[in-house]
Design a protein around this ligand. Sequence first.
Ligand code: OGA
Ligand code: MN
Length: 234
Amino acid sequence: MCKFPDNYKGHIMHQEPDETEIDSLMLESFDQLADDLSEKGYGTIDHFLSGDEFTNIREVASNHKEDGNFKKAGIGTSQDFQINKQIRGDYIRWIDPEKAAIATKVYVQRMRELMQYINRTCYLSLKDVEMHYTIYPVGTVYKRHLDQFRHDDHRRLSVICYLNDAWLPEHGGQLRMYLPRENQPEETVDIVPTGGKLACFRSDLIEHEVLPATRERYSLTGWMLDQYQELTFL
Ligand code: OGA
Ligand code: MN
């Protein structure tokens, strides 16, 4: 059952996309993700970025950090820094796709290809992506929340790509998703933030949190939007 959009009750009809830019293995991953999204509301791709690709992007993020270009992420509801920090401890830097480093543009481009693929196979009309670099210092968290928190929010799909070398489950920092189930208790799924992995889920439906880690945790956090993004936040 395709859960996109909410009133769509039919089965996903898979068209054959005439894709030329991406290789066939990546295309298979896109296809699996589209299936998982429609069936479960979330999915992952283990090697969305290669080792070199995510290492280069982490380098870009790390340089921005050294230059003081990250800022404390807010939660929108609290002016109190201490309360805010207990709920959400990450630092972010928004990405302007046009001005981004080459390494980051590789990611932006692949995300757009994924968005177009999902549009074609799930009959959606996602228009744009917005994204930022994210760093969680050791021990920080993002408590359980929904990404689509305002009724005028245009976020449809949340997409997070991890940039961490040799991350093991014992390092913590899992993305924990809470999957609603009809007439049953919710199900919990943990995603280990291994470098190159992409996690994608419905922004309107899936509550989630970030668990504390014993290492600094790097990622790219983004959203596929149902309208064009105005870069007013930069
Ligand atoms: C977020 C978020 C999850 C993650 O930034 O809204 O929930 O795994 N991130 O980084
Ligand atoms: Mn979130």
